[in-house]
Design a protein around this ligand. Structure first.
Ligand code: ADP
Length: 162
């Protein structure tokens, strides 16, 4: 049976930290689905189709990774996709409490679900989508923090020279 893992998130926008986690994860499974949540609590900067296109442009070719979106409960989506494996990233201890809570809640909703935590490269351990958006909005340089396609989209969005 081929093993499919799901890496869910808001990805508003996709950063080099997300990319790092995706690349580390796909090595362990036959296929990885990057799954964009459509029911974000905060108003996103990029629409779901924009986020999907940016992720697709940011992935190296030839990898067993697809990008999808879902609404509703993550555990229901995982079941529909025939996967019991969720990937989440852990940057620092500050992520741990929320991630533990989500992992245990998801397990309560579907006991078959397993959440696997991956640590990014140190250079991305401080990186958040929120910080990237703030830097870009204020005209700061996001080189090395996001893929080039995301940088271009941020420039277009904020209409300045990063
Ligand atoms: P969410 O709103 O679901 O937390 P995010 O897009 O912020 O969505 O993050 C998706 C997942 O990627 C989360 O598990 C988050 O901890 C992880 N993540 C975000 N940024 C990084 C990073 N720089 N390094 C490693 N993991 C990250």
């Amino acid at each position: 049976m081929s093993k499919l893992a799901i890496y869910p998130g808001t990805f508003d926008p996709f950063t080099n930290g997300h990319l790092d986690i995706a690349l580390r994860s796909v090595r362990l499974f036959d296929h990885l689905v990057i799954a964009i949540t459509t029911n974000a609590k905060k108003t996103p900067l990029f629409t779901v189709p924009q986020r999907k296109a940016l992720i697709e442009k940011s992935l190296p070719e030839g990898l067993d990774i697809t990008v999808e979106s879902f609404d509703g409960l993550l555990v229901d989506y995982a079941q529909e996709r025939g996967s019991i494996i969720l990937i989440r990233g852990l940057r620092a201890v500050s992520d741990f409490e929320y991630e533990l809570q989500m992992a245990l809640l998801n397990r309560r909703l579907n006991p078959a679900i397993e959440t696997i935590f991956k640590m990014p490269s140190e250079e991305y351990s401080f990186l958040t989508s929120t910080a990237v958006k703030e830097i870009a909005q204020l005209g700061g340089c996001v080189d090395g923090l996001v893929p080039v396609a995301v940088k271009a989209a941020l420039i277009e969005k904020f209409n300045n020279n990063l």
